[in-house]
Design a protein around this ligand. Structure first.
Ligand code: ATP
Length: 135
């Protein structure tokens, strides 16, 4: 079994897609191990997205992520990391995500692509420690 960090970003919360996203996670057979609605600090957002520090969209991404509440969760199950990435679809909701995925069905703009999921076991460990220390 594996754990992954999933975020329903502020756009997903504002558009009332929390239930929709959780339903897809549960129907896939994955389980919730932790969940919290919170507004995050600039420090947490910058640490979470540290790999993108210096890119043109970094400041705007941090501003967006900290702008309103998001839902953070730890999702677990067999191959949870790639399984959630499959549910989410590609980063660009139009060019990469296909219909049937969360981003493909509900997204339009890359920055506002509704969800985040850890991309590797190393990222998952780092992100779970950042968002849910002690879990
Ligand atoms: P996430 O890490 O959120 O799951 P991802 O792994 O699909 O997304 P990354 O390349 O890690 O995509 O980018 C992280 C986030 O930064 C994206 O989800 C998106 O919100 C934002 N982002 C990425 N590329 C761009 C871009 N070109 N313009 C604006 N925002 C972007």
């Amino acid at each position: 079994t594996e754990r992954t960090l999933v975020l329903i970003k502020p756009d997903g919360v504002q558009r009332a897609l929390v239930g929709e996203v959780i339903a897809r996670i549960e129907r896939k057979g994955l389980r919730l191990a932790a969940m919290d609605l919170r507004t995050v600090s600039v420090e947490v957002a910058r640490t979470h997205y540290a790999e993108h520090d210096g890119k043109p969209f970094f400041d705007s991404l941090v501003e967006f992520i900290t702008s309103a509440p998001l839902v953070a969760m730890v999702v677990e199950g067999d191959r949870a990391i790639p399984a959630f990435r499959q549910l989410a679809g590609g980063t660009d909701p139009v060019e990469k995500a296909t219909p049937g995925t969360i981003r493909g069905d509900f997204g339009l703009i890359t920055q506002f692509n509704l969800v985040h999921g850890s991309d590797s076991p190393e990222s998952a460990a780092r992100e779970i420690a950042l968002w849910f220390p002690g879990l």
